[in-house]
Design a protein around this ligand. Structure first.
Ligand code: DAH
Length: 350
């Protein structure tokens, strides 16, 4: 049986023994082994304290207090040792750090080609004094058709393979409704472009059920077809190349009169109709021209729908397909590329 004096001696010498054991440890793993040997459930401290119950009751509190002090001291020494080892390891780590090694370059995102072209086109028209307007993709029959001089039963509605939400609500088939929405809110003079998604029940090699259009329109007194021609020629030179030729062909749209389609000299074959290899140019099918948009002078019937006096005001409008411009601008042969999100394709537009 151990006396109180013996126990207290063992407790005191435990501190020195602990320090000696820790001196041998140079790894955290070894420090942990020493901790278990001294402070663990079956360690030296526990072993010494196991004889406490055999002491006379009045001697126990003194020994208990001493044991707690020793325990706190052991823990303090242990923490200090662990910290020293951690600092040493960190230091060793730093000295083996090769600061000439190239850093990891984070992947950077980039704009989708469709977004790029929309931004480019907006920038050009904003530079010409146009505002940018947007509107809903779920549209009423009134804005998508009726106010644009396409009354119910009009044969031109068939051109647009409409996706119906209900009898009078559609997914907009073009961005032209923004003409109506804008004119109903503002008075001339006004000039705006409206970029956005449009939807048609059509899906094959050259059509996707969703694509992007940009509508443009300008209303004032004395606006003429020459203004339209000048504006669109300046645009084509800016977005493609100052060398491209621009031509207007008569066409038909219910919301413009007269109407035209605009072609530019083929950007692939420079209007020659022949490819680099001497064969026929696939893009313009040997004609030397490619269509880029539809346009015209706003029909007086549209002005009447929005409460503008057609005797006083004239205006022009145009609508272009963004994917089509992007294909020509970047030489992309397949429309589906835009929607497959293949990184090998998208990474080329960084
Ligand atoms: N909205 C027509 C379409 O989607 C494109 C268009 C043609 C818009 C002529 C116009 C325009 O503003 O004047 O096919």
């Amino acid at each position: 049986m151990n006396s109180a004096a013996e126990i207290s001696k063992s407790l005191k010498s435990l501190v020195q023994e602990f320090e000696k054991a820790l001196d041998q440890a140079s790894l955290l793993q070894e420090v942990e082994e020493v901790r278990v040997a001294f402070l663990g459930r079956k360690g030296r401290l526990a072993e010494i304290m196991s004889s406490l119950p055999s002491l006379p009751v009045e001697e126990r509190p003194g020994i208990g207090r001493l044991a707690n002090e020793v325990k706190a001291e052991l823990n303090r020494i242990l923490d200090e040792k662990s910290r020293d080892i951690q600092n040493r390891l960190r230091h060793e780590d730093m000295s083996s750090f090769d600061h000439t090694m190239p850093g990891r370059i984070p992947d950077s995102g980039s704009f989708h080609p469709v977004t790029r072209v929309i931004n480019d086109i907006c920038r050009i028209f904003v530079g010409l004094g146009f505002d940018i307007v947007t509107g809903p993709e779920v549209e009423t029959d009134f804005y998508n058709f009726e106010a644009l001089n396409l009354p119910p039963g009009h044969p031109a509605r068939d051109m647009q393979d409409t996706l119906y939400i209900s009898e009078s609500v559609v997914l907009r088939t073009h961005t032209s409704p923004l003409q109506v929405r804008t004119m109903l809110k503002a008075r001339p003079p006004l000039a705006a472009i409206a970029p956005g998604k449009v939807y048609r029940r059509d899906s094959d090699l050259t059509h996707t059920p969703m694509f992007h259009q940009i509508e443009g329109f300008l209303v004032d007194t004395d606006v003429s077809m020459a203004d339209l021609r000048g504006t669109l020629t300046a645009f084509a030179h800016e977005i493609f190349d100052p060398q491209v030729k621009v031509r207007f062909r008569p066409s038909f749209f219910p919301f413009t009169e007269p109407s035209a389609e605009v072609d530019i000299s083929c950007v692939m074959c420079m209007g020659s109709g022949r490819s680099d290899q001497g064969g026929p140019c696939r893009v313009c099918k040997e004609t030397g021209w490619v269509e880029i948009l539809g346009c015209g002078m706003i029909d007086p019937a549209v002005f009447e729908k929005v409460g503008y006096d057609p005797e006083k005001y004239t205006g022009f409008a145009f609508g272009l397909g963004v994917e089509r411009v992007a294909m020509l601008k970047y030489g992309i042969g397949d429309l589906r590329m835009f929607f497959e999100n293949d990184l090998r394709f998208l990474n080329q537009f960084v």
